[in-house]
Design a protein around this ligand. Structure first.
Ligand code: APR
Length: 244
């Protein structure tokens, strides 16, 4: 491991929000069925599904958007917000999650500034007419008008299967500068995020995985620590901030 760590890239996935009560996509957290066991990806999470049956897709995302607003950040989100507030070097938290729990954990500390939602955000609507994204908390299934242009063409601002995740150039640039890459609560099943560990290793970056169980990519990490995010993440943050 590099003796001096200055630049950190962190990737988070559904596992960091599991203890807040948000379903994971694959491995079912809390013993229940995972999201993609309850809903077929091809029915609700592709551009083709939206073109075929927009009502179904809107209802699915309306339900998810309403649900996340009833959830609260857990100690893992709070620990990363503290790291963001206190880490003197560069830091980029790349989240695959579309919830706003990282932001809400950071709010009391002056907001999470160094956060990137590569798969979009539940609390934004994207206008397919004027291309502008607006903050959004309510439903979209009633086809409300875009607050900017008035057209009734809003869609969830969520990256679907077959679409390009956001700000990949910024993520790869941060990885090139990184001394440490940390992956938290993700199964490593969905690319391009699943490939970040390999990019990091090839760039000579030290890699650490914090997850409930071994993931598909575990063997690629220099180090894996298993446990629930609410415990392993605060422990690691204390360690890196020199408080252990
Ligand atoms: N603490 C830490 N890890 C946990 C916890 C927990 N309390 N609970 C579950 N996990 C782990 C699981 O073991 C699993 O490895 O979190 C991971 C969740 O994996 P997925 O459900 O596949 O979620 P994610 O990796 O974020 O999915 C990636 O797939 O369909 C999509 O677009 C969606 O962004 C998502 C992407």
């Amino acid at each position: 491991m590099a003796t001096t760590i200055r630049n950190i890239v962190i990737l988070t996935g559904a596992g960091i929000s599991a203890e807040s009560g948000i379903d994971t996509f694959r491995a079912g957290a809390n013993g229940g069925p995972s999201l993609w066991e309850q809903h077929r990806v091809e029915d609700v999470a592709t551009p083709e599904a939206f073109a075929r049956d927009p009502d179904l897709v809107h209802r699915f995302y309306d339900m998810r958007r309403a649900a996340i607003q009833t959830k609260r950040p857990n100690p893992a989100h709070v620990a990363l917000a503290r790291l963001d507030a206190e880490w003197p070097g560069s830091l980029l938290i790349v989240t695959q999650n579309v919830d706003d729990l990282h932001e809400r954990a950071g709010a009391p500390l002056g907001h999470n500034q160094r956060l990137l939602h590569m798969h979009g955000e539940h609390l934004k609507a994207w206008c397919t007419s004027c291309d502008i994204r607006s903050p959004w908390r309510k439903e979209l299934s009633s086809r409300p008008p875009c607050p900017v242009c008035g057209a009734r063409g809003l869609r969830p601002d969520v990256v679907w299967f077959g679409e390009m995740p956001y700000r990949m150039g910024d993520i790869y640039a941060a990885l090139r500068e990184a001394d440490l890459f940390v992956s938290i609560g993700t199964s490593g099943a969905v690319y391009p995020a699943a490939g970040f560990v390999q990019n990091a290793v090839e760039l000579g970056v030290h890699t650490l995985e914090l997850n409930l169980e071994e993931s598909q990519g575990s063997r690629m990490f220099h180090e894996t620590r298993l446990g629930v995010a609410s415990e392993v993440v605060p422990t690691w943050v204390d360690e890196i901030l020199g408080r252990d």
